[in-house]
Unconditional design. Structure first.
Length: 635
């Protein structure tokens, strides 16, 4: 009985430790996409902005700035994404992931974000976006866009699911297909969604691309299923006898090895590996690496219920001149300052002087597996010049210390991209924007339940007065002065001025008629009808913005109107119609010829070659006269 209780107690302790590992903020969020000169401000950098890079871990309190022409994507655990458009600043206020709940809180002081929230069935999920005027909260699967406009309005567009919008005056629900706009004077309006912009279409395309990858989810633990798209795009799964199904990268450079393409950055009191490979997040922070001849390097994912994020599962050897590390193989001990799952030692709970490291590692015998860099290069992230480092100190029996290198970080060590300059962060003050109301976004309360208010301490939630409109409200990112009455309106961009039937009345020029009608004339009239003035073409914009084209009433050069000329019958039994020069149409004679238009009363067929017919002779004479005036004679 006592043995059974001891086993149960041990299992409970392991489960609690597993959940505690997820309770902290390590590995909960990362920058999964960076386009342009995106900058970050972390706790380690203080008030300075530094260049951001892909796979940068994010903690509560970190800020991300996306300048003009850039975009960024933040990925949270559980397939939740927040993407920022250009001229956008966001702050990560709160992140919590444990066995009971997942809470993500993001502050948006200015700009635009697109949210893809995936709620978990095993725990309560909350995602909240705080703006200077209001807060947007979702509790279930939802996709919505939050835009702090330049004119002071805040637009919330819901594309799927439900979002709850709350301001100091009250709360309302915004359903799929609706957009809510709130002004600085608390005027709220709900209208249908308008046409999707390029920004929305890009986000929907990104969601579709991330959702169609599912092969890796067959081999990954549920906690890492959100990284399936990275692995499916850049590698394949193979079976190895000792480890089962493992993942092998296929998009690598020559001489590649784990923990080689990237750098170590000092973040929150530890050296954290930043992989520059787009797929490098999960394989460098979870599980272990192994090598087999014929397969090369492959990643062994962690077992179910043993998923722990780490700064980087490596073993260290550091000297006053050089720093070296090697990736750990499965079941090798990792020494870190914290609990990182099975086969790890928490150095905060033991005396480091009593820990003995043998430095016997399987991967140390693999060619090109050990990375050796100069101490200055380790701190700055730049490749140093001079004498090469020692060859594989792990095989030479060099003494090693447990845990990270005992090296004091420099200023460049906290910079993910130390060689990249950062432009000055502009301060945007839109018209009617009250920056006082935007302060304290990272201290705003999270509505973890629907009955909790974001703004009121007494918990009372009043319904927000909303005006409903049947007409979609225009949302354009290009118009930076929207709402400013003094700014001229771009009528070519305003879709409301391009609706059919609202064009100004205009007078069409009369079309001159030819005294002689025939097939050529009728063809010309059909061409004239198709060449209309731009003011009559639907979808061409406002009529008052374009002047009439005077040349639109004239046929193209070489296709001038000509009176009909009688058909000439050659000696080969073919009828040659009179057409513009260089074009010849031939029709085989079968029976009687069709009557000219307007001569239906003639019941007797008339042959054009009959010289006794006065009508035929008259047509021939008029045709010869017309050709003589133009200087063209039949052969």
């Amino acid at each position: 009985m006592k043995r059974m209780l001891a086993i149960v107690g041990t299992v409970m302790v392991l489960l609690i430790l597993s959940f505690d590992a997820f309770a902290n903020e390590r590995g909960t969020a990362r920058l999964s996409l960076v386009t342009g000169d995106v900058s970050v401000m972390t706790q380690d950098t203080g008030s300075e902005w530094n260049a951001a890079t892909i796979n940068l871990p994010l903690w509560p309190g970190d800020r991300v700035w996306v300048p003009r022409g850039g975009r960024a994507e933040i990925q949270f655990l559980g397939r939740t994404y927040v993407r920022a458009d250009e001229d956008t600043e966001i702050v990560l206020s709160k992140m919590q992931w444990d066995r009971d709940s997942s809470i993500f809180q993001v502050g948006l002081s200015e700009g635009r974000v697109y949210v893809t929230h995936r709620a978990s069935s095993a725990r309560s999920s909350v995602l909240q976006v705080d703006t200077p005027l209001l807060s947007v909260t979702s509790y279930d699967d939802a996709r919505y866009d939050v835009y702090v406009r330049g004119d002071g309005y805040v637009d919330v567009s819901v594309f799927s699911g439900v979002a709850y919008v709350e301001s100091p005056r009250g709360r309302t629900r915004v359903d799929r297909g609706d957009m809510m706009s709130v002004s600085v004077d608390d005027y709220a309006e709900i209208s249908p969604l308008g046409p999707r912009s390029d920004w929305i279409r890009w986000n929907e395309s990104r969601d579709s691309r991330l959702a169609r990858y599912r092969e890796s989810s067959r081999y990954l633990p549920p906690e890492l299923d959100c990284y399936s798209s990275d692995l499916d795009e850049s590698g394949r799964w193979i079976y190895v006898a000792d480890y089962g199904y493992v993942w092998r990268p296929t998009v690598v450079v020559a001489g590649w090895a784990p923990y080689r393409h990237g750098r170590w950055v000092w973040l929150r009191g530890d050296y954290v590996w930043i992989s520059f490979d787009p797929w490098g997040w999960a394989p460098h922070h979870y599980g272990r690496w192994a090598f087999r001849v014929g397969f090369g390097w492959f990643w062994v994912p962690p077992a179910v219920n043993a998923v722990y994020w780490s700064p980087g599962f490596v073993a260290w050897i550091s000297t006053p001149t050089y720093v070296s590390w090697v990736p750990l193989a499965p079941r090798e001990i990792y020494y870190g300052y914290g609990y990182y799952g099975p086969y790890s030692v928490n150095l905060t709970k033991v005396n480091v002087k009593n820990v003995t490291v043998t430095n016997v590692y399987v991967n140390a015998r693999v060619t090109n597996a050990v990375t050796v860099v100069h101490r200055d290069a380790f701190l700055t992230g730049r490749k140093g010049k001079g004498e090469p480092g020692p060859v594989n100190p792990f095989l030479r029996g060099a003494p090693g210390a447990p845990g990270r290198p005992d090296i004091r970080p420099a200023k460049t060590t906290i910079m993910p991209l130390s060689e990249k300059a950062v432009a000055t962060r502009p301060v945007i003050s839109p018209p009617g924007y009250d920056r006082i109301r935007s302060k304290g976004l990272d201290q705003r309360r999270v509505a973890v339940k629907r009955e909790i208010s974001v703004f009121r301490d007494d918990g009372r939630i009043d319904p927000l007065p909303v005006v409903k409109s049947a007409k979609p409200r225009s949302v354009t990112r290009d118009d930076r002065t929207a709402g400013d009455s003094s700014a001229p309106r771009d009528r070519t961009r305003d879709r409301s001025l391009q609706m059919p039937g609202l064009q100004r009345d205009t007078v069409r020029q009369p079309v001159p008629e030819s005294p002689v009608r025939g097939p050529a004339f009728e063809q010309t009239r059909r061409e004239d009808r198709s060449v209309a003035s731009p003011r009559y073409a639907p979808g061409r914009g406002d009529a008052g913005e374009r002047e009439p084209r005077k040349e639109s009433l004239l046929p193209p050069r070489g296709l001038e109107r000509r009176p009909a000329v009688p058909n000439d019958r050659g000696g080969d039994g073919m009828i040659r119609h009179n057409v513009p020069s260089g074009i010849e149409r031939e029709t085989k004679i079968k029976g009687s010829l069709p009557r000219p238009r307007g001569t239906e009363e003639n019941s007797v067929p008339v042959r054009p070659g009959d010289a006794k017919n006065p009508r035929s002779s008259l047509k021939k004479e008029s045709g010869r006269k017309f050709l003589a005036e133009r200087g063209t004679f039949p052969r």
